[in-house]
Design a protein. Structure first.
Length: 768
């Protein structure tokens, strides 16, 4: 796309008010070829040449050399760099040589699995190598499943199906497991937090069965850039890996803009809506014929951007309005495939998507990506930006900032993004809610023994003893068997959540199931009176059946959306670690968090005006997790009291801002973190700020925050101090997640507290 022409057209638009605050240009580069230690089979090389994929790039050749040498590898290069050939070539080479080996490919989504099957088939046709391959997931017909179990040489699936359908039925998969040579885990950076913690246990179950069947597969991982690739690969698989991270692919170059919505409320420094700005940009680009994807942080926002964009284009270019769609998780598989196909074929010019479209599905050549809000991690930002420019042409990406501490910090400090090392991918191998579920699955597959510490480590005996006390395992001699009361444990494991439960969204007029919603989000999104968006349409929740896990809705057209409010309480169960941070004591420990959704607001579209607020009567949801917390200097508390400053407001503001900035240090989403602040906590007897993992059992975020606590305080203080507002705004201390409606908050006291914790003289001096 012509970047200067874009700048000129945007600059002359009546709605442009200087929103571009930073431009970062990435230069184009030529390919860097690599050398193979040993020639490929003639049919493999011939096929690669036919497809224009030979000679191989440097990173491809390096990976293939190591894999053919028997090493486990993790390949970490940008989007569209040809990572898939790093594992496709060794697999084809083994097939061409007639080796009696099989391969298992794991992808996080069905769409990616289907995409890679087509790529593998294309390679097979070009090389004229005959082999049996197919996708094995919930959409696979029974007749094809039986054939794949009997004779499949390359099985392409997802972690869910591996856990639920393959491992528990391993006897039917004996051929695959007995001869398993390669296990491929693509998009490895996606496997973090809960999802990654589950996968780590699924892989240990797989390795255990491979040992029983006499195989020892190599692992090949591919990932976007993260700070700890070798560590992450080893934690996922339990095996050491060698790193390949020198990208040899050609690159067309990219212009990356940071776009900050204009200030519309100067006294409080409130900025315009990021979704409004993204919609304007999206429709502007679509009207110029630029193929564009706009990413949104939430399902609701992706739907709203699609709705607003169609409305804007309908007034000026009705034909273009029909070439925009929303795309997100939760849609039925056939709907997602239809949208992907229409985008690939050019029938659609633009899509408003969640990160469901972030991964490497081939959707054709895009010119522009718009990111509505910082995706939460450097890795995800580059993944989304990398969806444009895959054809080798120069492309454009625009990050539109939301009005929150992290986004605004990056707008003021773009070097914190462009010059920052990528974050650590975090998983928890000892979360009991996750580990116990997979130990039951493993016991179903084969009795557990002490030797299984080779896979699950020294905590295994303690977990098995606990499961035995709960009547879920039975010990006979030196083996632990699944209790007869547990039927098929894999069906109770949702590997993308710490809960296996979900709620069905049911259209009561048509009797159709529209989608599934995770249990953790059900009370906030599916309460009576909630507006839920599905494929651009609004549905009003008529009834939430908690016992039946169903929400009954009807199609409506309302000029508002709904936002739930909740109350949070936290109890300290025990301290794991303590340290001196700055001038205060800091703690890491186990806590119990209780959430209760207590009311909801109806807010007008675009203006955000509150129409009404209604109470709700829903049960509290409690869960144990891990938190960090820290003391406040006693002398400061006395001084604040003497000068009649707002201690609760300062604590609350510091909590909000710290939670907002923490994703700078940990590979997590803002929604993975929660917080509580109080001037007097009953369990500690002190003023306290808590930051906790938002998932039962914890997934490593609190531990990372505890490790970098002083750095977190410094970045938080900087985010608050640099914000030009007078009394606090969404860019620094207000939070859209706050169950207390952002009350009380005190920006100046928050700065005083953080400076005191860091041992910096308070500025300004205390006064009334």
């Amino acid at each position: 796309m012509d970047f200067q022409e874009f700048l000129s057209s945007v600059g002359s638009a009546e709605w442009y008010k200087g929103q571009i605050v930073h431009r970062h240009s990435l230069p184009a580069r030529d390919a860097a070829p690599g050398e193979l230690d040993h020639p490929l089979h003639s049919s493999v090389e011939r096929g690669l040449r036919e497809l224009g994929s030979y000679p191989l790039y440097f990173h491809q050749a390096e990976a293939i050399n190591l894999i053919r040498g028997g090493k486990n590898v993790i390949v970490v290069t940008p989007a569209a760099s040809g990572k898939s050939l790093c594992y496709q070539v060794p697999v084809l080479q083994a097939l061409a040589e007639g080796l009696n080996g099989t391969a298992l490919y794991l992808f996080p989504t069905k769409a990616l699995a289907q995409d890679q099957l087509l790529s593998l088939i294309e390679l097979g046709q070009a090389t004229q190598i005959r082999f049996s391959a197919g996708t094995y997931d919930g959409d696979t017909p029974d007749s094809e499943r039986a054939l794949l179990r009997r004779s499949g040489q390359v099985i392409i699936t997802n972690p869910d199906m591996l856990s639920l359908g393959i491992l528990p039925n391993h006897r039917a998969w004996a051929m695959l497991l007995r001869h398993l040579k390669y296990v491929v885990i693509d998009e490895a950076h996606v496997y973090r937090g809960v999802f990654g913690s589950h996968l780590a246990h699924v892989i240990r179950r797989l390795r255990r069965l491979c040992t029983l069947y006499g195989s020892k597969p190599q692992f090949i991982l591919a990932s976007a850039t993260i700070a700890n690739p070798e560590e992450h690969a080893e934690r996922l698989t339990g095996m050491p890996h060698l790193l390949i991270d020198k990208d040899g692919s050609p690159y067309g170059g990219k212009d990356f803009l940071f776009w900050n919505p204009p200030v519309i409320g100067k006294a409080r420094s409130i900025r315009g809506s990021a979704s409004t700005e993204a919609t304007r940009l999206f429709t502007h680009l679509i009207s110029q014929g630029a193929r564009t994807v706009v990413f949104a942080r939430t399902r609701r926002l992706s739907e709203l951007i699609a709705i607003y964009s169609r409305e804007r284009l309908a007034a000026t270019s009705p034909s273009l309005a029909q070439r925009i769609r929303a795309y997100r998780a939760g849609y039925l598989p056939e709907d997602r495939r239809e949208i992907e196909h229409a985008l690939f074929q050019g029938e659609l010019l633009g899509v408003a998507a969640t990160n469901a479209l972030e991964l490497g599905i081939d959707i054709g050549d895009l010119e522009v990506t718009i990111l509505t809000g910082y995706p939460g991690t450097v890795a995800s930002t580059w993944q989304q930006a990398g969806r444009s420019g895959r054809s080798g042409q120069r492309s454009l990406s625009v990050l539109v900032a939301q009005d929150n501490p992290l986004d605004q910090f990056l707008m003021r400090h773009p070097e914190a993004f462009f010059g920052k090392p990528h974050e650590n991918a975090l998983i928890s191998l000892t979360n009991p809610y996750i580990m116990d579920a997979h130990l039951l699955c493993a016991a179903y597959e084969a009795p557990l023994t002490e030797r299984d510490k080779n896979y699950w480590g020294p905590s295994l005996p303690e977990r098995m003893a606990d499961l035995e006390r709960r009547g879920l395992l039975q010990r006979r001699a030196s083996r632990w068997y699944l209790s007869p009361s547990v039927a098929y444990p894999a069906q109770d494991v949702n590997i993308r959540s710490t809960s296996a439960d979900s709620y069905l969204l049911v259209d009561e007029e048509k009797g159709l199931i529209l989608e599934k919603v995770e249990e953790a989000a059900a009370f906030a999104q599916l309460h009576h009176g909630a507006i839920y968006l599905h494929q651009g349409d609004s549905y009003l929740v008529q009834n939430l059946d908690i016992g039946g896990h169903k929400a009954y809705v009807k199609h409506v057209q309302e000029p508002y959306y709904t936002v739930a409010s909740d109350l949070t309480d936290i109890r300290v169960l025990g301290v794991r670690s303590r340290k001196r941070a700055g001038t205060v004591n800091a703690f890491l420990g186990d806590v119990d968090v209780s959430h209760q959704v207590v009311s909801f607001k109806r807010k007008k579209h675009v203006t955000e005006e509150v129409i009404s607020e209604d109470p709700l009567d829903l049960p509290a949801r409690s869960f144990p997790t891990v938190a960090l917390w820290f003391d406040i200097p006693e002398h400061l508390i006395r001084e604040l009291s003497r000068s009649k400053r707002d201690l609760p407001g300062g604590l609350h503001a510091a909590e909000h801002a710290a939670i907002g900035v923490l994703p700078l240090f940990a590979l997590c989403d803002r929604n993975d973190i929660g917080g509580v602040s109080t001037p007097l906590h009953p369990d500690t007897g002190r003023s306290q700020v808590f930051i906790y993992d938002g998932h039962p059992g914890g997934i490593g975020i609190a531990e990372k925050g505890f490790e970098v606590l002083e750095e977190l305080w410094k970045a938080t203080l900087q985010a608050i101090s640099e914000c030009p507002c007078e009394a606090g705004c969404p860019s620094c201390i207000q939070s859209y997640k706050c169950g207390n409606n952002n009350e009380p908050l005190d920006k100046k006291v928050a700065q005083i507290i953080l400076r005191a914790c860091l041992g910096i003289d308070p500025e300004p001096r205390y006064n009334t």
